[in-house]
Design a protein around this ligand. Structure first.
Ligand code: ATP
Length: 319
């Protein structure tokens, strides 16, 4: 397996090397190459990610990505958005599971309010929310496939705001059509009420499919159920490429202190391995549970452990 590593900035540099230890444990023959992308590169070259970087990323079977600090430049274009677009990573998968619940948020990753079609004005700024039947159908199929494969007797929830936005009428109705075609039971729910209910009754939900920004907010909010952002992994999947990254950002407030929670990055590495056909999910989850219940936790979970000691204990359990 050939893996591109993008440590990025801030705590990305601290958690990715720990996640690599887990990759090494399951796939010791993996070949790695680093791609320098992010704030550091922007400071040196005035650009966070150039075309050569994208070409390097294309060489990998999968990419493990840390986090990137947004440079203070009003014209700066998001590196992650560029990578998602260039590699056509249309599905963002964000699993959230804890005691008694297991939710997969499937977020459309290529359009919606992240279309990049916007205008900045003194008195009026606009961002165009684009929803196409093609992208909606593609993400609906992806969500239905995950439901059929991993959630026996599950229900697809279609998160939308079709009562207010015409673009979401198209999204909702396309998802309903695909679910009907694929024989998947579904319900529709308005995203605001859905977010509230999923936080209070997470056991009711299986796979939730929704548009780009709603999926981002929903999955961050669900992070509350499992101890915060340091716990949440994600995958960006396309037909040919895949990028795995913790949901959290570069956390400048704790960067350099060695106390970042590595679990989100480790779970992202687990998703990468599973995506490449290496079974490890249950073992990694058991090991995380064991280490946490032994009392070893990073400060965001109320403990005093540092990033490396937590990972030492985790690798110990895996071994
Ligand atoms: P960025 O600009 O890169 O998005 P941010 O600080 O705005 O950074 P996050 O990095 O997601 O956003 O951090 C939000 C909060 O969550 C911060 O207080 C941060 O310290 C905390 N946090 C995020 N990830 C972790 C982690 N892995 N371990 C501990 N705390 C974390």
């Amino acid at each position: 397996m050939k893996i591109a590593l993008v440590n990025g900035d801030g705590i990305g540099r601290e958690v990715i090397p720990q996640a690599v230890r887990v990759l090494d444990h399951y796939a010791p023959d993996t070949e790695y190459f680093e791609v320098e992308i992010g704030y550091g590169k922007w400071e040196k070259c005035g650009i966070g990610c150039d075309d050569r970087d994208i070409e390097s990323l294309r060489e990998a079977d999968s990419i493990l990505f840390g986090a990137i600090t947004t440079p203070p430049d009003p014209n700066y274009k998001s590196v992650m958005l560029k990578i998602r677009k260039e590699l056509d990573l249309y599905a963002n998968l964000r699993p959230v599971h804890g005691e008694g619940f297991n939710i997969m948020v499937v977020r459309e990753n290529s359009e919606g309010l992240y279309s990049g079609i916007e205008e900045m004005g003194e008195e009026r700024s606009t961002t165009l929310r684009v929803v196409t039947s093609k992208a909606s159908e593609r993400i609906a199929r992806c969500a239905c496939k995950i439901l059929l494969k991993d959630f026996k007797n599950g229900t697809l929830t279609i998160g939308n705001k079709a009562n207010v936005m015409k673009s979401d009428v198209l999204f909702r109705d396309t998802c309903i059509r695909v679910a009907d075609e694929m024989g998947v039971p579904y319900r529709t729910a308005y995203i605001d009420a859905l977010t509230f209910d999923a936080i209070h009754n997470p056991q009711k939900y299986d796979v939730i499919v929704t548009t780009n920004l709603f999926g981002d907010i929903l999955s961050d909010a669900l992070g509350h159920l499992v101890g915060g952002l340091g716990m949440l992994p994600s995958a960006n999947i396309g037909e040919e490429h895949s990028v795995f990254e913790p949901v959290h950002g570069s956390a400048p407030d704790i960067a350099g202190k060695g106390i970042a929670n590595p679990i989100a990055a480790i779970r992202s590495a687990g998703m990468l391995l599973e995506h490449n056909g290496i079974r490890c999910h249950d073992e990694i989850e058991d090991a995380i549970k064991n280490v946490i219940s032994s009392g070893m936790r990073t400060p965001d979970l109320g403990g005093t452990a540092d990033t490396i000691s937590f990972c030492d204990a985790l690798i110990n359990k895996l071994e």
